[in-house]
Design a binder for this molecule. Structure first.
Ligand code: DCP
Ligand code: MG
Length: 355
């Protein structure tokens, strides 16, 4: 059996701000955009989470929930440097590293087991080393596949270490809320609830054929996931070509206003996902699937990078118009950003102005 570790830094941007400015320690720190300029929260310290603040919330709302919160503008160059430092630490253990964003990665440490004894010991060592070299805490999930390792790293945050053995895997998955499964966002969660699927145990009662219409291409992934099986290898050197979001609707959409409202939300999700991954893109692609299952995509490329969801959304109405080649209801909409570059302070300044 493989041994996979998923490492995820705790309150990443906020912890770095607290590390670098002692006045911020112990305080509710909110990293993100200006509450006076329609900015959003990138992340916040654990002190701020007690007030109900979380990533992607509008800064105005965050300010209302926690008036004493200290708002700090992000410093992407510093975050990128720390991210690089962490990756170098990982390389000390294994070359099989798959970064998912600036602050998280999968590591396949299977070949280290004979020397190091256990995945737990390796994870503990990695966490200590990260703390010693960066002054920051990380949480680790240790298990026999990516699915369980990733869920595990979230179970004992902050500064956590969570191990799921082969024996525990299937029961552990049964107890999960469906939201905790990889790739299930709020829209899919709602759709699954409509089918009566709330937990891993519910998912387990569905056959592969029954899951097909719900999940399409991903049906077998979720069929396996319900059984604590995940055959995806840790893929080192995988280069990301695009960032995307898509939703299949419970009921097909036939009103343009509803389509645009959905796409507006998707643009917001996409921009925050790009920030988390640490990239910006110049090309936007709209995907439309009609209720006869035919699919159309349309793209526009720009001279500068998209850093605000409003910039992205401003191109959506024309894309939608050209993609609606048939006057049929729509069952799926998606937006993707490609032509990527890594994020830096200069190309993000617009999105997150100084307070
Ligand atoms: N991020 C962002 N916008 C989001 C989510 C995240 O800009 N909607 C950024 C800020 C985070 C970093 O990505 O610090 C890592 O994301 P995580 O989801 O891992 O969140 P944190 O590391 O901040 O907190 P946690 O301790 O829950 O992992
Ligand atoms: Mg994190």
């Amino acid at each position: 059996m493989p041994c996979i570790i998923h490492i995820d830094m705790d309150a990443f941007y906020a912890s770095i701000e607290q590390r670098d400015n002692p006045k911020l320690r112990g305080k509710p720190v909110i990293v993100g955009g200006d509450p006076n300029q329609r900015g959003v929260v990138a992340t916040c310290s654990y002190e701020a989470r007690k007030f109900g603040i979380h990533s992607a919330m509008s800064s105005v709302r965050a300010k209302r929930k926690c008036p004493q919160g200290v708002f700090v503008r992000p410093r992407f160059d510093v975050y990128k440097r720390v991210s690089q430092q962490i990756r170098e630490i990982f390389l000390y253990y294994t070359p099989i590293i798959e970064p998912l964003s600036l602050d998280e990665a999968y590591l396949d440490v299977s070949s280290l087991l004979p020397v190091r004894g256990s995945g737990n010991l390796i994870a503990k060592d990695i966490k200590q080393r990260i703390h010693r070299e960066t002054g920051l805490t990380a949480s680790a999930g240790v298990s026999y596949n990516k699915l369980l390792a990733k869920i595990g790293s979230d179970k004992d945050k902050p500064d956590g270490l969570f191990y799921i053995s082969e024996k525990e895997g299937p029961d552990f998955v049964k107890s999960l809320r469906i939201r905790e499964f990889f790739g299930i966002g709020p829209a899919t969660e709602e759709r699954l609830h409509a089918y009566g699927i709330y937990t891993g145990a519910d998912l387990l009662t569905w056959t592969l054929d029954e899951l097909q219409p719900i999940f399409g291409k991903s049906a077998s992934f979720y069929y396996d996931a319900a059984r604590a099986i995940d055959r995806r290898p840790v893929e080192a050197h995988r280069e990301r070509k695009s960032v995307s979001v898509e939703d299949t609707f419970k009921q097909d959409l036939d009103k343009v206003d509803d389509m645009l409202a959905m796409l507006n939300k998707q643009c917001e999700t996409l921009i925050t996902d790009c920030a988390r991954i640490g990239v910006v893109g110049k090309t936007v692609t709209l995907k439309v699937k009609f209720n006869d299952f035919s699919q159309v995509t349309r793209s526009i490329s720009c001279a500068s990078y998209f850093t605000a969801s409003s910039e992205l959304y401003s191109l959506i109405p024309q894309l939608l118009e050209s993609a609606r080649v048939k006057d049929l209801p729509i069952r799926l909409l998606g937006v993707a950003v490609s032509n990527l570059s890594t994020i830096d302070d200069a190309n993000w300044r617009q999105q997150m102005p100084l307070l």
